[in-house]
Design a protein around this ligand. Structure first.
Ligand SMILES: Nc1ncnc2c1ncn2[C@@H]1O[C@H](COP(=O)(O)OP(=O)(O)OP(=O)(O)O)[C@@H](O)[C@H]1O
Ligand SMILES: [Mg+2]
Length: 263
């Protein structure tokens, strides 16, 4: 149950390593709970690099990223932000939900994510050359993207883009077992339940249930909950904000749970 156990779904580990070796930044895309954050943590430990995570949002400024002058005990001193610290420490800087950040805040990344690999800190009059170990990784969920929040092509084209999806059924069940310690057969039933919902006619109405919710359901089962009640609370109920889950979908989910070991 290590927090960096990662089940690969394809060649993403190799491509990430190759990008790291050639100093190219990586962009991960995929639905919520499909393993983007877990993948970055895993690659950090595989490559022996610390991961500095920055959660992007509307109000994030370039000063939040690079740092600012701060008044401390009467003195005004420059304090590095998380991006500058990550560059100096040769870390993997992980910008989560990068589409949420404004274009002017992301512009600071341009010189870091091309052949220059340099951070220009105008305010502190400093130029920071990234060490070979430094890497930028970004991620976002394409389903949340609105037309107002498009990444610029000049940004997107700097990255190796790895689209991520849900694991194949056997690996997804193995991940649920390794995260929670429940029986393989029970994990397989949860995966069947998720697949039944992901492939249901109504699936286009909502973001499908992810590996994350299967792990949460399995945690409740490991703590003594019944499979149906765990599936209801963790897999079905979070599908919609208003809790309106159709009876049809509930039946699809229950039928998935009842199909035994047919992965
Ligand atoms: N490939 C995988 N291997 C092992 N565990 C996984 C994998 N994918 C998902 N998980 C499990 O699902 C959980 C959620 O995954 P993670 O936090 O990486 O999702 P995410 O894609 O970053 O989602 P979000 O977009 O909401 O941040 C993990 O904590 C882990 O338990
Ligand atoms: Mg994440």
């Amino acid at each position: 149950m290590s927090s960096d156990t990662y089940y690969a779904s394809g060649n993403e580990v190799q491509l990430f390593e190759q990008a790291y070796t050639r100093k190219i930044p990586v962009m991960l895309t995929g639905p919520t709970g499909c393993g983007k954050t877990r993948f970055v943590e895993h690659m950090g430990s595989l490559l022996g690099r610390p991961v500095v995570t920055i959660s992007c949002h509307d109000d994030l400024t370039s000063s939040d990223l690079v740092g600012r002058f701060m008044v401390t005990g009467g003195d005004v001193i420059w304090t590095d932000g998380p991006l500058t610290r990550a560059v100096k420490n040769g870390a993997i800087c992980y910008l989560d939900e990068v589409v949420e950040a404004r274009h002017d805040s992301l512009a600071i990344l341009h010189s870091l994510t091309d052949h220059r690999r340099t951070l220009y800190l105008d305010r502190s009059d400093e130029i920071v050359q990234a060490p070979d170990e430094f890497m930028v990784v970004c991620s976002y969920n394409p389903a949340y993207r609105s037309s107002l929040k498009e990444l610029k092509p000049s940004f997107r084209q700097r990255f190796v883009t790895l689209p991520m999806g849900y694991l194949p059924p056997e690996q997804e069940a193995a991940a649920v077992v390794s995260e929670t310690g429940i029986d393989l057969a029970a994990a397989q039933r949860l995966v069947q339940c998720a697949i039944a919902i992901r492939t249901a006619d109504e699936a286009f109405h909502f973001e499908p249930p992810s590996t994350r919710v299967l792990v949460t359901a399995a945690q409740l089962i490991a703590a003594g909950a019944g499979e149906l009640e765990a599936a209801e609370a963790c897999i079905l109920a979070p599908l919609s904000t208003d809790g309106a889950i159709s009876e049809g979908l509930r039946e699809v989910a229950a039928a998935g749970l009842l199909t035994s070991d047919t992965l």
